[in-house]
Design a protein around this ligand. Structure first.
Ligand SMILES: Nc1nc2c(c(=O)[nH]1)N[C@H]1C(S)=C(S)[C@@H](COP(=O)(O)O)O[C@H]1N2
Ligand SMILES: [Mo]
Length: 220
């Protein structure tokens, strides 16, 4: 695992940091009509682009761990067998990437975040989660967003194990926020009494990231 305070500086990182500075892709629209499936400034793609910091870790099931820590009644360190023994769910959802592509109707299988929350029992102090991945990536969100009905710790996409490039063996999917919040290769969920910026959030991106409010950049 790389040091998450110094993820690799690659071309995409520099470009996306510049977009944040320039406010690129902002349409100025913030309303979210109930019937608006496609958020403002987005376009639909049929393929599934790969976006990450350029390090795609290889994790064997026997070495995989998910640590759940912080402001919870029952801290957990799960191995692959323990994770697969949790209740399994299906979700159908759209993805919205801040680089303006959206992909509709993705079928996910895995553990609903709600079922994980039932196991670990967040304390009243817990207001946010900070997520850490095997490539050193971090991202943050309010607990209420993590707990959303559609949010899932996904192991399968369209009936197949999620490929390594897309975050297998397990990634988070929080479909109502921009896709950078959906950590690939997730290995730690820290419940915190307060918010703390993750990687893109420290690099000009929004602490919440609601696509229908176009919360692309900090200050939007
Ligand atoms: N661990 C990790 N998760 C990550 C990223 C990353 O670099 N590392 N990139 C994020 C970004 S910016 C996007 S748009 C999505 C892309 O997911 P995909 O490659 O499966 O399309 O993953 C998100 N999750
Ligand atoms: Mo992204």
């Amino acid at each position: 695992m790389t040091d998450d305070t110094h993820p690799p500086e690659i071309k995409l990182t520099k470009t996306k940091r510049r977009w944040a500075a320039d406010g690129k892709f902002l349409t100025g629209r913030v309303a979210r009509p109930q019937d608006q499936r496609l958020p403002p400034g987005q376009h639909i793609v049929k393929d599934w682009p790969v976006l990450d910091l350029g390090q795609q870790p290889v994790i064997r099931p026997e070495n995989w761990r998910l640590d759940i820590t912080g402001q919870i009644e029952h801290p957990l360190s799960l191995d692959w067998v323990g994770f697969k023994a949790l209740p399994q769910s299906d979700r159908l959802s759209d993805m919205h990437c801040v680089t303006t592509w959206s992909r509709y109707d993705n079928r996910w299988q895995g553990v609903a975040t709600r079922d994980l929350l039932d196991q670990v029992m967040p304390k009243p102090e817990a207001t946010h989660v900070l997520l850490t991945s095997y490539d050193g990536y971090t991202t943050n969100m309010p607990l209420a967003d993590f707990a959303a009905e559609d949010a899932i710790l996904a192991t399968d996409w369209e009936g197949q194990p999620i490929s390594r490039t897309h975050g297998g063996p397990m990634r988070l999917v929080v479909p109502h926020l921009y896709l950078w919040k959906s950590a690939k290769w997730l290995t730690r969920i820290d419940f915190r009494a307060g918010d703390m910026a993750g990687f893109w959030e420290r690099n000009g991106y929004h602490m919440r990231g609601d696509p229908w409010r176009e919360e692309r950049y900090s200050g939007d």
